[in-house]
Design a protein around this ligand. Structure first.
Ligand SMILES: [Zn+2]
Length: 513
């Protein structure tokens, strides 16, 4: 069977231009009208259609070169996100049906801009620039809670009229286009004539009523999840300050969520505060994770050099947390600049600062293992992880240990780490990075069939159906041409089932179009 591959969307600015102009030329019914359907007027598109649309957008984002898989930051954002989803469910904002049918997945983007956005179907996009700029978990959680509430209140669905002539395919293209514009405002302004980009963005944004509702619901969710509700105010202040000094497009979040005085007043009334709110100082763990996001979103040599010399690392005036953040940034920046010895020196100053704080110490240890891996000291990386962490490993430790083992001659830890990876993907079957790591580990141990199946599962997790078909077919070929080992018969029948599922997905997409 010949399958069409999906078109990549926003690789180039020219492609983006064509996409935006093409979408505009169609002038569908709901874009001609500036007002979105008001709250309570019907439900807009159905749960199923919205999820389908979200899957389509996420599938493209997974292929984007800016899409980031980083076990440390993934774990962080997940740690903030899980209690918010739980609180929304407990408050009745999130129905069991919605919880079951939507994805509830966060995709990180390696982008310096301060941005977060809810996508259809329960996907959220978060740029590293946002993680880098917040000064507390509560501030970051407040943005997630606000975006989560756009999803639970079905704001996206209500903004779209199922009766419109636009197919989800076209709407998906427009949303991807808007994301691309937010990532590169200069290029977009240069290319698109007559403010068409702005027009499209305003059509994709929420109404004021929706913003107010997302603030109100988000505030309740944030507090119920156990975060300091001051997080909202801290974030508002941060956005407001930057709005004054900084109109260079580094804060696309402000454009999609204009910070009206009314929103700020509402929030302060909610907190029963009159004076300006204070931002929380933030703890050491948050400072280190913010530093990681900051360095990973930048690859310019000059910025990296600046962080290696951050005066906070040596100044007596700053808090211990700030100092740890600066040293973490310096270590990672030296590492990006391929200066191993300097990275080691910065790390050796960081480690003693973290001894009183187990989670900060864990992050410093993970950084130490990362440094060892980058310097190809794989046995030492493994030793660092084994000495510092209890079993079973958490995900970042597990991924780092596997990375080291993949480069080492056979050793006893191999089987144990492979087993842990297997157990992990059984619990979290949509973890593409873990499936890929498991595939490499199995391949190393001569387990060809399970390894090919794991490669297929990684493609399934990213909804790359043609990619999955390719891997499952390779697994079938292998099974036909080789003598099966114990356990291979079960794998082979799983492969047959999964292949049929991937093919069904491809057929479904073709009929939609
Ligand atoms: Zn909003």
């Amino acid at each position: 069977m010949k399958t069409k591959t999906l078109k990549p969307f926003f690789r180039s600015s020219n492609g983006l231009l064509a996409l935006l102009v093409g979408a505009l030329a169609m002038q569908p019914a709901w874009t001609q009208n500036n007002t979105l359907p008001s709250l309570g007027n019907g439900e807009g598109i159905s749960l199923g259609v919205e999820r389908q649309l979200g899957d389509r957008i996420a599938r493209e984002l997974y292929r984007d070169p800016d899409y980031l898989e980083d076990p440390v930051l993934d774990e962080y954002i997940q740690r903030l996100w899980t209690p918010l989803v739980k609180a929304a469910a407990a408050r009745g904002e999130l129905s069991p049906e919605l919880q079951e049918r939507f994805a509830w997945r966060i995709l990180l983007g390696r982008d310096r801009s301060v941005n977060a956005f809810a996508l259809p179907g329960g996907y959220l996009g978060v740029h590293l620039g946002l993680i880098a700029v917040v000064s507390s978990d509560a501030e970051l959680a407040s943005v997630l809670a606000h975006e989560l509430s756009h999803v639970t209140q079905r704001h996206i669905a209500r903004s779209m009229d199922e009766q419109s002539k636009m197919t989800p395919w076209v709407i998906g293209s427009m949303i991807l286009g808007a994301i691309a514009v937010s990532k590169n405002p200069q290029a977009a302004q240069g290319l698109i004539v007559g403010g068409q980009a702005a027009a499209i963005q305003s059509q994709l944004s929420y109404s004021r009523d929706m913003e107010r509702e997302a603030d109100r619901v988000g505030f309740g969710v944030l507090s119920d999840a156990g975060y300091d509700p001051q997080g909202f105010v801290g974030m508002f202040n941060k956005l407001q300050q930057s709005a004054g000094v900084n109109d260079n497009g580094a804060y696309p979040y402000l454009r999609s969520h204009p910070l009206t005085t009314e929103r700020i007043a509402d929030m302060q009334a909610r907190l029963q505060l009159n004076g300006p709110a204070k931002t929380t100082p933030g703890d050491m763990v948050q400072a280190m994770l913010g530093a990681r996001a900051k360095v990973m979103s930048q690859n310019g040599v000059e910025a990296l050099r600046a962080w290696t010399l951050d005066s906070k690392a040596t100044s007596a005036q700053v808090t211990l947390a700030q100092k740890a953040g600066a040293l973490y940034a310096a270590t990672l920046a030296h590492l990006q600049l391929r200066d191993g010895p300097a990275a080691e020196t910065a790390l050796q100053s960081l480690l003693p600062l973290t001894v009183q704080n187990p989670e900060a110490h864990r992050l410093a240890t993970l950084l130490q293992a990362e440094l060892a891996i980058r310097q190809e000291r794989f046995a030492s990386a493994l030793q660092i992880l084994e000495a510092a962490s209890s079993k079973p490993f958490k995900r970042p430790e597990l991924m780092a240990a596997a990375q080291a083992l993949l480069r080492l001659p056979p050793r006893p830890e191999r089987a144990a780490i492979t087993l842990q990876l297997r157990e992990w993907v059984t619990q979290v079957p949509n973890d593409a990075q873990a499936w890929n790591t498991l595939a490499s580990m199995l391949n190393l141990q001569g387990q060809a069939l399970p390894s090919l199946r794991a490669e297929g599962e990684a493609q399934m997790a990213r909804m790359d159906w043609p990619g999955a078909v390719d891997r499952f077919r390779a697994a079938q070929d292998w099974a036909r041409n080789n003598r099966l080992q114990a356990g291979d018969h079960i794998e082979a029948s799983i492969v047959d089932t999964r292949l049929r599922q991937a093919q069904a997905q491809i057929r479904a997409i073709q009929t939609e179009r």
